[in-house]
Design a protein around this ligand. Structure first.
Ligand SMILES: [Zn+2]
Length: 232
């Protein structure tokens, strides 16, 4: 019974819907939750406050917020260099990298997650990447995730000692509706999550890509989205 070592997982927790459902999955799979939030000078910094609320709701064992100033690098609508497109859902999102792509973001995030995992003794990193609703981001592709695992095996002390870090992206091929259904089944605190790329006073705009995808997902499930929107 007792004596079983605790399994620890680092979960990249943005305060968004996908990462919150991902954290709920990690919990259900029996892990102690080491949540990691990156404050990267994003336009939607309300995410960080929501992440703290999600941490409380999930009763996570541990949470850190790490500041990485990606605004100094620029090149993304999410860090303020470009405006966030509204009501412009691309008919073929797989062909283009959206302006909401943040250069190097997931590579940087996974590197920091692995550093944290190495220190706290976690061998699994949960990451809420998704390729289906949003196929335009190069750093959400499964081959990218596999390549980071291989890099971590080569570039960490754990790897040198024969260990491995596993990056789990359980939502990778799920639709937004499937993610919402799973979140409801797991009783994930969806009412605390934030998805909007361009909120005003912490209220979601209702018109950016991320809001449109989220709202369509809730509509498909047939459940009312519990968060308020500026535009109905
Ligand atoms: Zn929005």
């Amino acid at each position: 019974m007792s004596g079983q070592p605790h399994k620890r997982a680092v979960v990249l927790a943005s305060g968004g819907l996908d990462s919150t459902v991902t954290a709920a999955i990690a919990r259900q799979e029996g892990y102690e939750l080491y949540l990691l939030t990156l404050a990267y000078q994003q336009r939607h910094a309300v995410e960080i406050e929501r992440a703290k609320q999600v941490v409380c709701a999930l009763k996570a064992e541990h949470h850190i917020v790490v500041a990485v100033d990606l605004q100094s690098i620029g090149g993304s609508a999410l860090t303020g260099d470009l405006s966030v497109p509204k009501n412009q859902w691309s008919s073929d999102p797989g062909r283009e990298v959206p302006v909401t792509y943040v250069p190097g973001r997931n590579l940087i995030f996974l590197s920091i997650a692995a550093a944290h995992a190495e220190v706290v003794g976690a061998s699994v990193i949960y990451f809420g990447a998704n390729v289906l609703d949003y196929s335009g981001y190069p750093d959400c592709r499964p081959e990218f995730i596999k390549a980071v695992e291989a890099t971590l095996a080569l570039g960490t002390k754990v790897g040198m000692m024969g260990g491995r870090f596993e990056i789990r992206a359980p939502l990778l091929r799920m639709s937004k509706a499937e993610i919402i259904r799973l979140g409801l089944d797991l009783r994930a605190p969806l009412h605390l999550t934030h998805s909007c790329y361009d909120p005003t006073d912490a209220v979601a705009c209702g018109r950016c890509d991320s809001c449109l995808i989220r709202r369509r997902g809730f509509a498909e499930v047939g459940v009312v989205d519990p968060i308020p929107y500026a535009v109905s």
